[in-house]
Design a protein around this ligand. Structure first.
Ligand SMILES: [Fe+2]
Length: 306
């Protein structure tokens, strides 16, 4: 029987993973153990604190559902999501900057014709969004899939609404770029919104006197063959929370001037109720490989039982 002191215990647990077949998995696990043990020693963690941490993580897991991902939210508010993004996108070489995927990418992005009003069922100030997808030289990329999603006029995503299961997606769609790399659609102007505060992550934010707000934005996930998938937002310029995003996701280049328009027609020549807002953005793709991420959502109970 082997008995360990504080220092020997860490070495023993690290060594217990020595036979891990995958060298990268072995490295990640051994570094995790080392960092966790350092944290416990440095903070002199008490039994009560350790139990509270486990209880918090338990509730975080229990809060996840088929349309809610509380662990992504936890990663976001702790800055881990943006740190993973930063170290993996150090060299953009002129490509559009990236930011967090966020917890509201739930799939079900139906392909729609250009010009579709993806928020026709919602109240709010109308916005016309026009974008273009290019390579680093500015040459258009045709046939790229552009997934878009954003919050409504009250700061909620469709997946947070009780009607989501019955009514399906809203303010959420997929467009395929045309021969000139362009896409365009109608929607409403999203507003800044609080992350959900009815779960453990939101409660952590409120208990620590942080504000829960994200500046208004539209999410984009652009996927073109031969290029790295681009996960980003376009933020609405002038938002009060651009300097204090609760998930640390703002980058200067991603803030767009969204201007109010009074023209009686929108850029596609169709009539518009004045005033309306115009968002224009060009997405420059970095050559590379990779596939767009799949939503990391809990399986519905019926599927989990299979
Ligand atoms: Fe968002």
């Amino acid at each position: 029987m082997t008995q360990f002191n504080e220092a020997e215990l860490t070495d023993a647990v690290v060594a217990s993973f020595d036979q891990t077949p995958d060298s990268r998995v072995k490295f990640l696990l051994q570094e995790l153990v080392t960092s966790l043990h350092d944290y416990v020693r440095k903070t002199h963690l008490t039994f009560d604190e350790w139990a509270a941490a486990i209880e918090f993580l338990t509730r975080t897991g229990q809060t996840c559902t088929a349309s809610r991902q509380e662990f992504i939210l936890l990663s976001d508010v702790l800055g881990v999501s943006m740190l993973v993004d930063a170290i993996n996108h150090r060299e953009r070489a002129g490509a559009t900057e990236t930011t967090v995927l966020g917890p509201f990418y739930v799939g079900e992005h139906r392909q729609m014709p250009h010009g579709t009003d993806i928020s026709a069922n919602l109240k709010g100030e109308k916005m016309f969004v026009q974008g273009r997808v290019t390579d680093l030289s500015g040459a258009p990329l045709a046939g790229a899939a552009v997934d878009v999603w954003h919050a409504d006029d009250e700061g909620f995503y469709d997946s947070q609404r009780p009607a989501y299961a019955a009514d399906g997606p809203s303010s959420r769609a997929r467009f395929i770029t045309d021969a000139d790399g362009r896409f365009f659609f109608r929607t409403i102007l999203p507003c800044s919104y609080p992350i959900p505060t009815d779960g453990p992550v939101g409660q952590l934010i409120l208990a620590t006197k942080r504000h829960p707000m994200r500046p208004a934005h539209v999410h984009f996930l652009v996927d073109a063959a031969g290029y790295e998938p681009l996960i980003t937002h376009v933020f609405i310029g002038g938002d009060a929370y651009l300097d204090s995003d609760v998930v640390f996701g703002v980058k200067d280049e991603l803030v767009a001037t969204v201007s109010q328009q009074t023209d009686p027609v929108m850029p596609d020549g169709k009539l518009a109720a004045s005033p309306w807002h115009l968002m224009t953005y060009e997405f420059r793709m970095k050559p590379g490989a990779g596939t767009a991420p799949q939503p990391m959502l809990a399986k519905p109970a019926t599927a989990a039982a299979e």
